[in-house]
Design a protein. Sequence first.
Length: 626
Amino acid sequence: MDVNNMHDIVSVMDFGAIGDGGYHPVSEWYTHGTSTYRGYANLAEVQADYPHVTSGEQSIDWAAAQAALNAAAISPRYIDLHDLKLVTSETLIWKGGAFLKGVPGRAVIKLMAGANCTILESDRFDYWAAWKNGSNLGYPMDGGIEGVILDGNAGEQGDVSNSLEDLVYGMRIHSHRFGIGWLQVRRIKGVGILTQYNTALMYSFRTDGVDDYGLQGSPLGSPSPYDFRQINVIDTLYEAFVFKGPADIPIWHLTTNYCGWLDNSTIPTVPRTSLLYPGEEIHSVRVQTACKIGYLNSNGALYGRSLYVAPFTRFHGDTIIVTGSWGALLMDGSAFGSIAALSIQQNAFAWGGVYKPGLEITFGNGSVINKNRFSFPQVSLRRLTTPANPNAIGPGIVDRAGAQFGIIDGIDSNSVAGHGLVIGATNRGGIYESVNFDSIQGTSHDGTESAAVMIEAGARDWRIAELRLTNCNRNLVNFGENMRGVVRDGTIEINQNLVTGQIALEGVVPASQLNSVVPGSGNIAIDNISSWGLEILDGTKRYYNRSKITVTFDGSIAGAHSTAEVPHAMWRKPHLRDVKQGLFWSGANWPNIHAGVRTLEAGSFSAAAFVHAIAPGTLTLTVDLG
């Protein structure tokens, strides 16, 4: 587009907009003595030029802006809003071809008092034929908005809607090709922004599989899909941003503040649930279809999580920062993709005594074991206490499905309460490469003493490669015997922890015996982890399920033979790779020895030794499952 060609740029003032921030009814156009009198005799004469006007009480700014949008549907163009403050009495209907452009931070479209409506909404084409034919008839579907504030003026609207039919939006777009530059949506007594693709369309390019249709009528002159560049949503009664497509449009920069409440100085006393998704929580950002977000900073989700990713959804995020919400992120185990860097801070709200995890991965009906594994290369938990919330209570991470984590960094400058990492009972194959927690203390939301790592009964095949725990009440807590997993290929470091115990094996030893199970604070020895043999031994290493065979003989015996069989508690039949064995000969002249594991069974294993020596001595064969 040639921005110097004035045919492609029009001013909303050319259509009669005033933009002084006040409400001016259309009736002023045909009322003598008003500053905005335009010589019309009555409403009928106004309707000859503005057929969309139906009442003299409708605002002049709305009538003018809608006229500009209608004209752009015939001849696509930029509509310059300058730094005007438009007051609209009705929903502005975007019909394609219009690119609204204003001075960032100064151009405003504001609802008048009592309007109780959506600010900006697009026509929708639910069927391919209608959309294609509409385009061929000169009805372009390209457009966008940049440098504009959409102000819902929530404090001067009517009662809160309790029905989906009456739900209002800051902006609701049904098109595939709608670009957003700089946009702020604020004070909405409903949903901030909802974008969705048309029912029968999948991509932003027009194609029916045979013919491709370019961006017909687009002033951009480019066949590439549009994107959402910089969006800020503040103070919404329901969801701040709901993304239902199109899947090929990236969101580069999105910030949300105070979702679920309009007065951020007073926390509401009555909780609400979503109207778009009845009975569900009100999440700040709700991703319902494939999506990529470059940067998301979300604060103050009161009745839900800052980010929700729907089941079976492909999602990729580069940097996501969450503060002061009921929970940071909720997703189903069937979702797939990655979040490169996730930072969670001050996860402090609770309704009805219910605390939400910072990050929660559920195991719903659609979760597929070890198939669509989501990846978190780096998660930072900074659940710092505040004067208003001296104990930021609630688990840091709850993984019930089995995601893949790189670094989990839970270093806090203040003591906090709540479990650090919970490996849920339905977890299958969760991978945690490096887990580092500091200052996990106090009592958790479920009334139990906080644990750095909580492993629930039934968890299967999880793996922690490296675990470092400092200044925590309890470090590794296993609820139940029926679980299997491994801490391996790395180190376990326990430092400066409290005297209430390092390791709790509730599935093996009653929790009441915690202090006797873990006496003192020393190093940790973890051997035969599959059968949960753990003990603090002040630097001494001990194996469990040990079979010790001692053979004694003198030189007059041509050979000696001894066997031993012992039970084991491994959850599966052992493999040779589980076996560790050692030999010790106490006599002179090392003899000929044949020794090792004889059998490996589901509930027991045996070892045998055969010795041929010329001098007296004692052979000790030790075999361990580790």
